[in-house]
Design a protein around this ligand. Structure first.
Ligand SMILES: [Zn+2]
Length: 671
């Protein structure tokens, strides 16, 4: 089953035109000193930064987070430009990443070819003469990196977490979420209209006449709406039990006789298997009905649309621009397309993550940062153990299990043990379409080859240059790529107070994911198994309910509120994370009061360290989109929501008057 790993931010890649400068862990120039920290701490910590850093035109969100990603991107660019110079002394890795990047940057060749690279794939779709041939065609698209109708891959067996099994999940939608197909408000209806127009224009670019292209767009919309109807919503998907239905392959076949699964599994290159997990059985039934009732022509149109959408970034400018216009401009509110080099850096990072990531780690990861982060992880795990032992709402029985789980957490910091080398993947300097297809095929084969094998806990779900971190509930490990072990998250030149408030709280955040509404349902070994007494589970739900209400009351944009249930796991992690970091820092300071720095006490710097990692601005459009799809709260609430749940500590740090907004309570607390 596809349990999303819980990360610090969603995995959306963003970039900017702004020149990336190194900014310190705590930046006094970012403060708005006119604001009162006790009234609006976010404004105080970030006000001047936000005023001086409007969202750049090629961005939909711009925060200190994104500024760091931008700096990493520049380092990657340097690596890639050097690797792209064809020298006889180039290493095999440099040939792969250098030529991939060069092929992507070669606009002239790409534009000269127009839609020609699509031809073999389009011909294959055109040749489908009956519905029985669809599984083969879908498998072919899958192997090239396009995923029509559903998602298929490998995943740990949720109830036998050492074993990888085949996994079939809902998918196949072109809009960001199932709810986009059904919401009746004006804005949603308008978005669907714009989506239809976009699909139509993509078909026109392929040469269809406007009326025909409009019909095709309508067919796509009908199929996707039917698939969306069978899909679970994002809140329901937070419950792992709802996504676990392991069954023999023949039961799947009986559920969906319209699609010959055996044929698909073979053609896609999966090893033979007897049983698999079907995340959402209702979705499979919806898919069956789509295949049975839709005309062959319309099904072929849908396959073509998926191909177009998923390859547009390696096609000529008109395709790329049309894709940008809908997905970035309309949906996210960006004003202009990112420069080509940024798109190509991200594409190389996405398609050859280990080849590029390895060079990035060599260049950026210092032993000092790794050592201090590792130490902090250990201290924060100790703080969590102490916290668990001190809880007044949990029985000794459940506490014991929680401690076993905590002690079972594996920490992965800053680098990978086994790097992929892509030895047999051909990268051609003049063929980005083929390069993208071949690298996708490599990854599809790699993921499918895991079926039936033991889980490889050394593998990563994120590339090393990524500014992010994650907890994997099925492996019970926390993962910190090299990309995040830099300012403003971790800064060698900063005092402990700032580093604990920033990367320390991030470590606590990931650790707490093991004990949020979703993570708590997995045990120390990563198995979906209920280890809670009924009373403890009830007490947990009650505490979590407080956070649901608190965050559900915050406004994202206009009259749209945050979804308290969708964001519960991340909010739990933020609140637990900062509290654990605070406890660990207290332990470290051992009652000593370090001298003030920049005019701030250690306690003030701790909270400012937290506040300033979330300084950000966002477009209205992306605020709307994220309110529906992002399990993370916007920066403002990640800061104010959390500090107002630590009223005692915060009041002491900033000498607030009882009753001021940041300290007035009632405070929510789970961990
Ligand atoms: Zn998270």
């Amino acid at each position: 089953m596809r349990i999303p790993v819980s990360s610090l931010v969603s995995l959306c890649l963003l970039a900017s035109l702004a020149i990336a400068q190194k900014s310190p862990g705590f930046d006094p120039a970012a403060l708005d000193r006119k604001a009162d920290p006790c009234v609006d701490f976010y404004q105080y910590a970030c006000g001047a930064w936000i005023a001086a850093n409007p969202v750049p035109p090629d961005q939909s969100r711009w925060g200190r987070f994104d500024a760091l990603q931008e700096r990493n991107r520049e380092i990657l660019r340097e690596i890639l430009e050097t690797a792209a110079k064809p020298a006889p002394s180039r290493s095999a890795i440099d040939q792969k990443i250098g030529d991939f990047y060069a092929a992507c940057m070669d606009e002239k060749t790409i534009n000269g070819r127009g839609a020609a690279p699509l031809k073999p794939d389009l011909d294959r779709i055109a040749a489908i003469s009956n519905k029985a041939a669809i599984p083969d065609a879908v498998a072919h698209l899958y192997r090239a990196g396009t995923t029509p109708f559903f998602r298929f891959g490998s995943s740990p067996d949720a109830k036998n977490s050492t074993q990888m099994i085949a996994d079939l999940d809902q998918g196949g939608l072109g809009l960001p979420d199932r709810d986009y197909y059904f919401k009746t408000d004006e804005k949603s209806a308008e978005t669907r209209k714009q989506y239809l127009a976009h699909v139509q224009r993509m078909f026109e670019l392929l040469g269809a006449a406007p009326a025909d292209a409009a019909k095709k767009a309508q067919a796509v919309m009908e199929i996707e709406t039917a698939l969306a109807k069978g899909s679970l919503d994002r809140v329901a998907r937070r419950d792992p039990e709802k996504l676990y239905h392991k069954m023999p392959v023949k039961d799947l076949a009986a559920m969906d006789p319209g699609f010959e699964w055996g044929k698909f599994f073979q053609a896609v290159g999966a090893p033979r298997f007897q049983s698999l997990n079907v995340d959402v059985p209702d979705f499979v039934k919806a898919l069956d009905s789509v295949i049975m009732t839709t005309s062959l022509d319309d099904l072929k149109t849908y396959l073509t649309w998926n191909l177009l959408r998923d390859t547009s970034e390696v096609l000529s400018a008109p395709f790329e621009e049309e894709n940008y216009n809908f997905y970035s401009k309309t949906l996210r509110g960006t004003k202009e397309m990112r420069p080509r080099w940024k798109r190509c850096v991200d594409l190389t990072d996405g398609q050859l993550p280990d080849a590029l990531g390895r060079k990035f780690v060599e260049k950026t990861l210092g032993p000092e940062g790794t050592r201090r982060t590792r130490e902090m992880v250990e201290e924060i795990e100790k703080a969590m153990a102490a916290d668990l032992q001190s809880l007044d709402w949990m029985t000794p029985q459940t506490k014991e299990q929680a401690l076993v789980k905590l002690h079972g957490v594996l920490n992965k910091i800053g680098t990978k043990e086994n790097w992929l080398t892509y030895t047999n993947v051909k990268i051609a300097r003049e063929d980005i379409y083929g390069d993208a297809e071949r690298t996708s095929r490599f990854e599809v084969e790699r993921q499918l080859s895991k079926i039936g094998k033991p889980v490889d806990k050394k593998d990563w779900g994120m590339s090393q240059p990524t500014v992010n971190a994650y907890y994997d509930p099925q492996q019970n490990n926390i993962n910190f790529p090299a990309g995040i072990l830099q300012p403003p998250f971790y800064d060698n030149n900063m005092d402990d107070a700032v580093n604990y408030g920033a990367i320390g709280a991030v470590i606590g955040h990931e650790l707490t994911h093991g004990f949020d509404d979703e993570g708590r349902q997995f045990d120390a070994k990563g198995n979906l198994r209920d280890w809670w007494t009924e009373a403890d589970a009830k007490a947990f739900d009650q505490r979590a309910g407080c956070l649901v209400n608190q965050y559900g009351g915050y406004t994202a944009v206009d009259d749209i509120k945050l979804n308290g249930k969708l964001t519960l796991g991340e909010n739990t992690a933020d609140n637990g994370g900062l509290r654990l970091a605070y406890a660990a820092l207290m332990e470290k300071l051992a009652g000593k009061e370090p001298p003030e720095r920049d005019g701030f006490t250690a306690m003030q710097r701790f909270f400012l360290g937290w506040g300033q990692i979330w300084c950000e601005g966002r477009t209205e459009e992306v605020a709307r989109l994220r309110a529906q799809t992002d399990p993370h709260s916007p920066g403002r609430y990640r800061v104010n929501g959390v500090v107002s749940n630590m009223p005692e500590e915060f009041q002491k740090a900033f000498a607030c008057t009882t009753g001021q907004p940041m300290v007035k309570g009632p405070a929510c607390r789970v961990w």
